[in-house]
Write a protein that binds this ligand. Structure first.
Ligand code: SF4
Length: 266
């Protein structure tokens, strides 16, 4: 399907939780952010119903995000149900990799195709500082487990300050080269100030060719990451909320004062 700017929209990014097991400095404050009450978090059966509906509308690429999707209980079962739906050509996930060693094989068995892993440095001390306590060795183990499970391609999302390669990003790039991983770097974004760039090595931030919609962890379709517009599937119904989101897609992103990265999944 096309939006009103004749862009082909075939990609749905779904935030399955706003919870996370890290506290990355550019994503959330130390004390965390006020979590969405459990009863408002989107249920698996709602996600499956949304995906089934959107497949008929032309969505064939699904990415599960968070917060951290692997902290959501039953995530493997959700992947299993989505993988059974006919019409999904690309079923992917973005994770911080901390729990990946445990989940890689079950996710691959459940039908997940591929994974992006967030890693902004390979320096253990810097990683612990940036994530407020994360252990980089768990991420390395997770990457190995994902490679062993056959999840491919494996892409590394490296967030950099500004728009140029930093020493850390170069180290991550070299790590990717020597481990058969794909490297992408993402300039730090700021939702409320409307600061974003095109993802290097990806398609995010390229408004002219935007192909995506989002579903937040509390069940709202978002036409654009950098927009305040959102449409509640529970209030409006899936079809109505979807149509409004598709027709509400802006020509390009501006600012988003409503969301935090942890409930919209970047
Ligand atoms: S800012 Fe909005 S329009 Fe631009 S690429 Fe992102 S989601 Fe698409």
């Amino acid at each position: 399907m096309l939006d009103k700017f004749s862009r082909k929209i075939n990609y749905l990014r779904i935030s399955v939780t706003d919870r996370c097991n890290l506290r990355c400095r550019y994503c959330m404050p130390e004390e965390g952010v006020c979590s969405i009450p459990h009863k408002e978090i989107i249920r698996f059966e709602e996600i499956v119903e949304v995906v089934r509906f959107t497949i008929d509308k032309g969505i064939d690429k699904i990415r599960l995000t968070g917060g951290e999707p692997l902290v959501r209980k039953g995530i493997v079962n959700l992947v299993k149900e989505l993988a059974l739906l006919k019409g999904i050509k690309d079923l992917a996930m973005t994770t911080n990799g901390i729990l990946l060693n445990e989940f890689a094989e079950p996710l691959a068995q459940a039908g997940l195709h591929r994974i992006n892993i967030s890693m902004d440095t390979i320096d253990p001390e810097k990683f612990r500082y940036l994530t407020r306590g994360g252990d980089i060795n768990k991420v390395f183990e997770g990457i190995k487990a994902a490679q062993k499970a056959g999840l491919s391609p494996l892409k590394i999302n490296c967030v950099v300050e500004g728009n140029s390669m930093t020493k850390d990003a170069e180290a991550v790039f070299n790590y990717c080269k020597s481990n058969g991983l794909e490297f992408r770097y993402i300039s730090q974004m700021n939702l409320s100030e409307g600061i974003f760039q095109v993802v290097h090595g990806g398609t995010g931030g390229d408004c002219q060719h935007c192909n995506r919609l989002r579903l937040t962890s509390n069940g709202k379709f978002k036409p654009c990451l950098f927009s305040d517009l959102e449409y509640d599937i529970r209030e409006l119904g899936i079809e109505n909320a979807f149509e409004k989101a598709l027709n509400g897609k802006p020509e390009k992103g501006t600012k988003n004062h409503n969301n935090c990265f942890n409930n919209i999944g970047g």
